[in-house]
Write a protein that binds this ligand. Sequence first.
Ligand SMILES: Cc1cc2nc3c(=O)[nH]c(=O)nc-3n(C[C@H](O)[C@H](O)[C@H](O)COP(=O)(O)OP(=O)(O)OC[C@H]3O[C@@H](n4cnc5c(N)ncnc54)[C@H](O)[C@@H]3O)c2cc1C
Length: 189
Amino acid sequence: MVLNRLLILGAGTAGTMAANHLAKVLDHDWSITVVDRDVDHHYQPGYLFVPFWMDPDRVLKDRRDFLPGRATFRQEAVRLVHPGRRQVELAGGDLLDYDWLVIASGSVPRPDLVPGMADGALWRDTVHEFYTHEGAVALRDALPASTPAGCSCTCAASASPPTSPWSGSTTSAGGWSPTTAASCPSTCW
Ligand SMILES: Cc1cc2nc3c(=O)[nH]c(=O)nc-3n(C[C@H](O)[C@H](O)[C@H](O)COP(=O)(O)OP(=O)(O)OC[C@H]3O[C@@H](n4cnc5c(N)ncnc54)[C@H](O)[C@@H]3O)c2cc1C
C-alpha cells in the first residue's frame, strides 16, 4: 500500500540520480513519480563535440531507460509548485500530490543578461554557445570553413577515438595535424 509520495521534477542528470538512489533506500510504501516535459535525456558534456564532429543525436537517449523500474514517469511541463498544499500543478492543469518534493529542473543559459551578447542579429550567427543542444548544432553549422576536415578522414590509424576535438591542430594548408598518431581514429565519424 502506498502511503508516501516522492515527486521529482526534472529527469536530467540530477533528477535521474535522485530517483535511482532513493529507489534503493525508500520502502515500498513510497511511490516515486518523475516529471519531465520531454523524453530526451541529454548527455550535456557531449555538446562540446557536436560543433566539431559528433552527430548531435548521439548525445540524446530516452530518459525513461535510466529511471528505476518502480518509478512512474509523467511527460508534461510543470507550471507551478504549491508548497502550502504540497501539490504541483502541471501545464495541462492536473495536480500531483507529494510528501517529498525534489526540484531538479536544471539551468538555462541567459545570454540576454550579458549586454551585447544576445541582442541583434549576431546571436547564433557570429556569437555562439555550446551549452544547449540547439546552440551546439548552430555553432557546428557556422563552422564548416574552419572545421578541421582532415580529422575525420586523414588521420593516422588508432584503435580509440581522440579524447578531445583539440588533440591536433590545423595546418597552414587548411588540413588537420593530430598531435600524436594515436589521437585520431582511422575512419570518418
Ligand atoms: C558543454 C558542457 C560540458 C559539461 N561538462 C561537464 C563535466 O565535464 N562534468 C560535470 O560534472 N558536468 C559537466 N557539465 C554539466 C552537467 O552536464 C550538468 O550540470 C548536468 O547535466 C545538469 O543536470 P541537471 O539534472 O541539474 O539539469 P538538466 O540535465 O538540465 O535537467 C533538467 C531537466 O528538467 C526539465 N525541466 C525543466 N523545467 C521543466 C518544467 N517546467 N517542466 C518539466 N520539465 C522541466 C528539463 O526538460 C530537463 O530534462 C557540462 C555541461 C555542458 C553544457
